[in-house]
Design a protein around this ligand. Structure first.
Ligand code: CA
Length: 128
């Protein structure tokens, strides 16, 4: 099976690298963007299966990226996990903006990987 592609949108290069290594070790392909403008271009060009999104970003914060993404028809349904140093009010705002999960830094990578796997799992057909 072809590996799922995950886009990391994160301006902290060390964190993006560490997370990318963990994801690749778990069989995912990874593409990284460091600001929200190139992140939109990369999403358009590579159509990732899932996006892990920082909120504090150059070029417009994560919410700006989310609204750009949501305005692009073929990208609007990509699941997004927000990973940020920001606190609880950002969680509410992120989920309202369409993020599927929220992790505060420093996030437990095992929990984050579990959320990734969960969001990428094929929908289970309803029984009965
Ligand atoms: Ca940041």
């Amino acid at each position: 099976m072809e590996s799922k592609l995950i886009q990391i949108v994160e301006d902290d290069a060390d964190l993006a690298l560490a997370l990318g290594i963990r994801l690749r070790a778990n069989g995912y392909s990874v593409v990284t963007s460091q600001d929200s403008i190139t992140a939109v271009t990369t999403a358009k060009n590579s159509t990732p299966d899932l996006i892990i999104l920082d909120l504090g970003l150059p070029g417009g914060d994560g919410f700006v990226f989310l609204s750009r993404l949501r305005s692009l028809m073929h990208l609007a349904l990509i699941p997004v996990i927000v990973l940020t140093a920001r606190g609880a009010d950002s969680e509410v705002k992120a989920l309202q903006a369409g993020a599927r999960a929220f992790f505060q830094k420093p996030a437990d990578h095992d929990a984050l990987l579990a959320a990734v796997a969960d969001l990428l799992a094929p929908a289970t057909p309803a029984i009965g």
